[in-house]
Ligand binder design. Structure first.
Ligand SMILES: C[S@@+](CC[C@H](N)C(=O)[O-])C[C@H]1O[C@@H](n2cnc3c(N)ncnc32)[C@H](O)[C@@H]1O
Length: 253
């Protein structure tokens, strides 16, 4: 499993490096996670992904275009925003204060990062992040208490290429079933277009992913559009992002 691969634990002046991974200047690789030394006082629960720190603001700017919520605190009718593969939990912690009327539900497959996601949820000033759910996206979301046509937004960053394609199938099947009609799924990461992967740094990144796990790899947008068609999801917008990434906006029919 991705997060299981702890290589070693060393500490710099202010930051303990928990997971060491290949980093590239041109790819925003969500593969390195640090532990905040200050949070050692709280059991070392707060993890930091440098890539999430870099991409959270550009993703927020996209969300501001597509999330609609004109209430300023959580109410019964607040929109529900489900994140699949929350990782450290940083993304929702960064987004939630900008949408205080939205209910943010983080989730993860890797039990070892749940404490970090809880840490961020507990420290969210607007208190609109729920405690994380342990979700394997290959399972139906009904297994986790969700009803069909009940979710207003689904969000996933950086799982599609760092997991077997079955996880992407599960993501689209669940979005097609559990999103409300006309609701949105937002996916962020690197993609190829019309079978062409560029620039060269993404080609090298893809090779490094496949070397780590032959079932991983950067997916082509056309394959995702096909998967969307099979699950009542239409690609309505694509946004170029820094570091050769894209945000894709999917709308349920
Ligand atoms: C590169 S990390 C991305 C984490 C975070 N979203 C980010 O952008 O920093 C990939 C994530 O996919 C998750 N993942 C792998 N298999 C999964 C599955 N079957 N269901 C849900 N998440 C899965 C991993 O646990 C990991 O958190």
């Amino acid at each position: 499993m991705y997060f299981i691969s702890i290589i070693k634990r060393t500490f710099s002046k202010n930051l303990g490096v928990l997971f060491l991974r290949h980093m590239s200047k041109s790819n925003d690789i969500a593969c390195t996670i640090n532990v905040d030394k200050q949070s050692e006082d709280y059991g070392g629960d707060k993890l930091i992904s440098p890539s999430a720190t870099r991409n959270q603001e550009p993703i927020l700017q996209v969300l501001k275009r597509f999330l609609i919520c004109d209430i300023d605190q959580v109410e019964d009718e607040s929109p529900l925003f489900l994140e699949i593969s929350s990782g450290t939990g940083q993304h929702l912690a960064y987004f939630a204060p900008h949408f205080p009327g939205v209910k943010f539900q983080p989730s993860e497959y890797d039990v070892k990062v749940m404490k970090s996601i809880s840490y961020y949820a507990n420290n969210c000033p607007t208190k609109n992040i729920f405690q994380p759910l342990l979700i394997d996206i290959q399972n139906k979301l009904s297994n986790y208490g969700f009803e069909e046509d009940s979710i207003d937004y689904m969000f996933n960053a950086n799982m599609i290429h760092i997991s077997p394609f079955e996880c992407t199938i599960g993501l689209f099947e669940n979005a097609g079933t559990y999103l409300k009609p006309e609701a949105l799924m937002i996916t962020y990461g690197p993609y190829s277009k019309d079978g062409v992967l560029s620039p060269e740094s993404n080609v090298a990144f893809n090779a490094s992913l496949k070397a780590r796990n032959p079932l991983w790899g950067i997916r082509d947008i056309n394959d995702l559009i096909k998967l969307g068609n099979e699950n009542n999801l239409s690609l309505i917008d694509t946004v170029e992002m820094p570091a050769n990434n894209m945000t894709l906006i999917w709308k349920k029919d």
